[in-house]
Design a protein around this ligand. Structure first.
Ligand code: ADP
Length: 180
């Protein structure tokens, strides 16, 4: 399954439900990349600069990352839910060249003003990966430890958001026309 949606469009939440319901492995390219940057790998360092400004990471790097993950045992056994890939027509072509075609492509449609409102209040718990929103899905007020460790993504700024949204809107049409 491939899922597309604007940044902060609710992909993470829907993916959790889909993975639970169908038993497929949720592969988020954003999460894979953040893990690489956190570990300080070469790929992580190369990707980090693009990510911080809200720009796309080059297709070749992305394809390498996703191809490796798709070959791992859990994914081969259970099937996959790709969140954040393909993001360009070229990436969709790369996937096809690897012999990989989705059974379903899901698209979340969320108006720009809604995602803009969501982005600035988004916070992640680095210990569990759980995502909160200060207003719409607030973390439990009594948990002082959790509140202290909550992090805001580097690219969850108004400036990076404008770039991410414009890039998404431009690319989603290419992805949909590729699969329809
Ligand atoms: P978003 O909420 O903006 O969709 P993601 O967590 O999916 O965030 O991705 C964060 C960043 O990682 C993107 O802004 C981009 O820099 C990079 N990225 C993730 N997936 C891809 C991809 N398929 N191609 C290029 N860059 C990607």
């Amino acid at each position: 399954i491939i899922i597309c949606g604007p940044p902060a469009g609710g992909k993470g939440t829907q993916c959790e439900l889909i993975a639970q319901t169908y038993g497929v492995v949720h592969i988020s390219t954003g999460d894979l990349l953040r893990e690489e940057t956190r570990k300080g790998t070469t790929l992580g360092k190369q990707a980090g600069t693009f990510m911080a400004s809200g720009a796309l990471v080059p297709d070749a790097l992305m394809t390498q990352l996703v191809a490796a993950r798709l070959k791992e045992d859990d994914v081969v056994a259970k099937g996959w839910l790709l969140d954040g890939f393909p993001r360009t027509r070229n990436q969709a072509l790369n996937l096809q060249e690897m012999g990989i075609l989705p059974s379903a492509v899901l698209v979340l449609e969320v108006p720009d003003e809604v995602v803009q409102n969501r982005i600035e209040g988004r916070r992640t718990d680095p210990a569990t990966g759980k995502v909160y929103h200060l207003t719409f899905n607030p973390p439990p007020a009594g948990d002082a430890e959790l509140l202290k460790r909550l992090e805001q993504r580097k690219d969850d700024t108004r400036e990076a958001m404008v770039t991410r949204l414009a890039t998404y809107n431009k690319n989603v049409t290419d992805i949909l026309s590729f699969y329809t």
